[in-house]
Design a protein around this ligand. Structure first.
Ligand SMILES: [Zn+2]
Length: 117
């Protein structure tokens, strides 16, 4: 006996039926979509904020900034769009067209990747 995951009532009909009704199927799928949409929206917002912070700091091709300044601005080090190693083996993390590299003494090097011009 199969039960509807949305309303918990018994499902009658075809064996492959997953929900008791179209209404339950729709509301179930809407919930799934809205939670994954929220997650994506939250990460996108963090990425946008990170990029805006880097853009505000980096007026030329590269600049140095203290780590604390990034924290104060609300920079989130957990979200990025990619990372790249330079020939010396240092790893740049990228947020779209801006990259950052951890330096000594809690400083960061911020670079603008001009390949995306
Ligand atoms: Zn149902």
């Amino acid at each position: 006996m199969k039960k509807c995951p949305e309303c918990n009532s018994v499902i009658y009909g075809r064996a492959d039926k997953k929900f008791c009704s179209d209404m339950c199927r729709n509301s179930h799928n809407n919930k799934l979509n809205s939670s994954s949409n929220n997650l994506i929206r939250n990460i996108n917002n963090k990425l946008k904020r990170n990029r805006r912070i880097l853009e505000e700091i980096c007026h030329s091709d590269k600049t140095k900034t203290p780590k604390n300044y990034l924290f104060e601005k609300g920079f989130d080090f957990n979200v990025m769009t990619g990372s790249r190693k330079n020939p010396k083996g240092a790893v740049y993390h990228f947020v779209y067209d801006y990259g950052y590299l951890e330096l000594e003494n809690d400083f960061y090097l911020i670079v603008k990747d001009n390949r995306y011009k």
